[in-house]
Design a protein around this ligand. Sequence first.
Ligand SMILES: NC(=O)c1ccc[n+]([C@@H]2O[C@H](COP(=O)([O-])OP(=O)(O)OC[C@H]3O[C@@H](n4cnc5c(N)ncnc54)[C@H](O)[C@@H]3O)[C@@H](O)[C@H]2O)c1
Ligand SMILES: O=C(O)C(=O)C[C@]1(C(=O)O)C=C[C@@H](O)C=C1
Length: 366
Amino acid sequence: MKGRVFIIGLGLIGGSLALCVKNQHKDAVIIGFDVNREQARLAKMLTIIDDIAETIESGAEHADLVLIATPVKETERILQLLAKTKLQPHVIISDAGSTKEQIVNQSNLLKERGIAFIGGHPMAGSHKSGVTAAKSILFENAFYILTPEEHIHEQQLLQLQDWLAGTKAKFLIMTPEEHDYLTGVISHFPHIVAASLVHQAERKSETQKLVPRLAAGGFRDVTRIASSSPEMWRDILLHNKAVLLHLFTDWQHEMKRIENMLQSENGEEILAYFAQAKQFRDELPKKQRGAIPAFYDLFVDVPDYPGVISEISGILAHEEISITNIRILETREEIYGVLVISFQTDEDRERANTCIHLNTSYETSI
Ligand SMILES: NC(=O)c1ccc[n+]([C@@H]2O[C@H](COP(=O)([O-])OP(=O)(O)OC[C@H]3O[C@@H](n4cnc5c(N)ncnc54)[C@H](O)[C@@H]3O)[C@@H](O)[C@H]2O)c1
Ligand SMILES: O=C(O)C(=O)C[C@]1(C(=O)O)C=C[C@@H](O)C=C1
C-alpha cells in the first residue's frame, strides 16, 4: 500500500513495527517521532524510518496510519493530544500497548470526531528496550490482538490488518476487557512474580554473598523478564490494577496450597502438583511463541570445542537436511545449549532433532 505512516515511540516495538510495515509496503513513507531525540536519530540512521517529525501534531496531520508504541500512560496522553490535532478524516490510529481498556476508553474523544481508533497489542517482545533492539521478525507467528469497538467498520479493520501484514502475526479480535484479563494472567502477573523472586534473591544476597554467583540456569530462566523496562511495567500495572489485584488473591491461595503440602510433608500431593504443572506447561503450543527464537531454531547443548560446528553440520548434510544458519551462542544464559541451528521449516527441524539424537549424545531443545 502507498501512504504515510506515522510511528510515535521509536523503541523496540515502534521500531519493529516500522520495519514490518516497510518490508510489506515498499512505497509507504514512514515518519517517526520520539521524545528521546537520540532514539529518533538512531531510527533514521538505521533506516528504520524515512524521516523524523518535529512534533506529534506535524507528524500526524498528513498520516494515513498512526501507530503509537509508547508506555501505556503516555499513550493515553498522546490520544488526548491527537483528539485536538488536525488529522486526515480517513486516518486509522492504532497502538501497541500491553493494556487495552483504559486506552480504548481514552480514544472516545477521537470517536466523537469520527476518527477510527483500533486498539492493538502484538503479543511478542523482549526484555530489551530501544530502537537498536528492533527486528522485523519480532512478531512472526505471534498473536496480534486487536480490540475494535462496534462503530469500527470491517473495511477499517481489514485496512489496519493489511498495513500490519508484514508482522506475519496472527490477528485475534477480542474486547479490551477480555484482553486485559488474559494478559493479566499470562503476562502481567508473571512479570510481578519474576520481579519478586529477584527481590527475594537480592535480600538474601545481603547475608549470603554467593547468591548472585550461584543464580544460574533455573533462576535466570524464570526471571529473564525482570530485566524489562521498569517504566513500561509500572504503567502496565497501573492500567491493569483490578485484574492484577484479583490475581494476587489467587496467587496467595496457590502459595498457601503448596506451603500446606510441604508443611504436612505430603510427598504424593507435591508430586501431583509438579506433575500437573509439567503437563500443562509441556502442552503449551510451541509454534505460537514470539520472536525470541522466531525461526525454526534448534538448540544443541554441545561442549565448546573447535570443530563442533562442522561435526553437527556434517551429520545434517549427510541426511540432506538444509540449514539456514548455524552459530554458537556466546552465553548460556536464558536458553539451554550453545549451538543454535536455524531451519526453514518445522519439519526440517524435527528431522534434524531426530538425527542429532541418533548420532550424538548431545541434549537438544526446541
Ligand atoms: N517490550 C515488549 O515486550 C512489548 C511487547 C508488546 C507490546 N509492548 C508495548 O509497546 C509499547 C512500547 O514498548 P517498547 O518495548 O517498545 O518500549 P521502549 O522503551 O523500547 O520504547 C518506548 C519508546 O517510547 C518513547 N516515548 C515515551 N514517551 C513518549 C512520548 N510521549 N512521545 C513519544 N515517544 C515517547 C521512549 O522514548 C521510547 O523510545 C508499550 O506500551 C508496551 O507496553 C511491549
Ligand atoms: O518475552 C518477553 O520478554 C516478554 O515479556 C514479552 C511480553 C510477554 O509477556 O509475553 C511482554 C509484554 C508484552 O505486552 C507482550 C509480550
